[in-house]
Design a protein around this ligand. Structure first.
Ligand code: 9D3
Length: 236
């Protein structure tokens, strides 16, 4: 197996991450040696007696701003732990929207360093001095970057070699890739009067595959027409 991806997370709430990253796929990825998580508490790098990591904005206005000094020191300390250069990520609502394409790109890196913000945002010199890749996880307002970091890590580590079994393999998506999923059913064949479509019980694999493809296209057209490939768009 290739060397583990190292993920450094810089946050004022490191305690959120340990249990979350030990659960489900992120935990399996770690136990299989595909990833190593390193959590860093930005507050450990505060320099004043109150251990403050935020301050009032110059020019006035509501809310607090993350101070640059603890973040720079925390980044420097984290990076000094390992000679591998880190791909720096700043999670902010102003970042580029996270897509599967970007997730695939991040899964090819050897080291990610993720800075989570809180309060109104970062002192602009964090961007200017650290030159991070700035990422948002979508157009809605979170109270901080911690859950965005977990979204990003979860999406990335499931792609690392050896993490998913063959049964879960993303390769199985070949004929429906880019579409929403077709409807899934398991036993019983009738539940509270609701029946499993006859075709799925038929054992005719070609017909099942055709039905699933039709259902995936139908569902995508109804819910997410923006995802449809060109040749399916005309059909209305
Ligand atoms: C006055 C406007 N501010 C509050 C509505 C802007 C604002 C600042 C900081 C909004 C959210 C946040 C905290 N969010 C994140 O740190 C964040 C985030 C998000 O809110 N949505 C999607 N992706 C991300 S990544 C980090």
């Amino acid at each position: 197996m290739s060397a583990a991806l190292r993920v450094d997370v810089l946050t004022i709430f490191p305690e959120i991450f340990r249990p979350a990253l030990s659960t489900s796929i992120p935990g399996i990825a770690e136990r299989k040696g595909a990833v190593v998580y390193r959590l860093h508490d930005i507050r450990d790098f505060a320099t004043d007696s109150h251990r403050s990591v935020d301050d009032r904005p110059y020019g006035g206005g509501p809310g607090m701003v993350m101070k640059p000094d603890p973040i720079f020191h925390c980044v420097e300390a984290a990076e000094a732990q390992d000679p591998e250069p880190a791909f720096r990520i700043l999670l902010t609502p102003q970042g580029e929207r996270l897509t599967q394409k970007r997730v695939e790109d991040l899964a090819l890196k050897r080291r990610l360093l993720i800075v989570c913000g809180h309060y109104e945002g970062f002192d602009e010199r964090v961007r200017e001095g650290l030159r991070p890749c700035e990422i948002s996880v979508g157009d809605y307002v979170l109270s901080g970057g911690e859950f965005a970091a977990f979204v990003l890590i979860d999406a990335v580590v499931r792609l690392l070699p050896g993490v998913l079994g063959d049964a879960d393999s993303a390769k199985d998506e070949s004929f429906t890739s880019g579409l929403l999923e077709y409807p899934h059913y398991t036993r019983p064949s009738e539940f509270r009067g609701m029946k499993v479509p006859e075709i799925l019980l038929s054992g005719d694999h070609a017909k099942v595959a055709q039905w699933r493809r039709e259902q995936a296209i139908l569902r995508t057209r109804l819910r997410r027409a923006d995802l449809l490939p060109e040749e399916e768009k005309e059909k209305g």
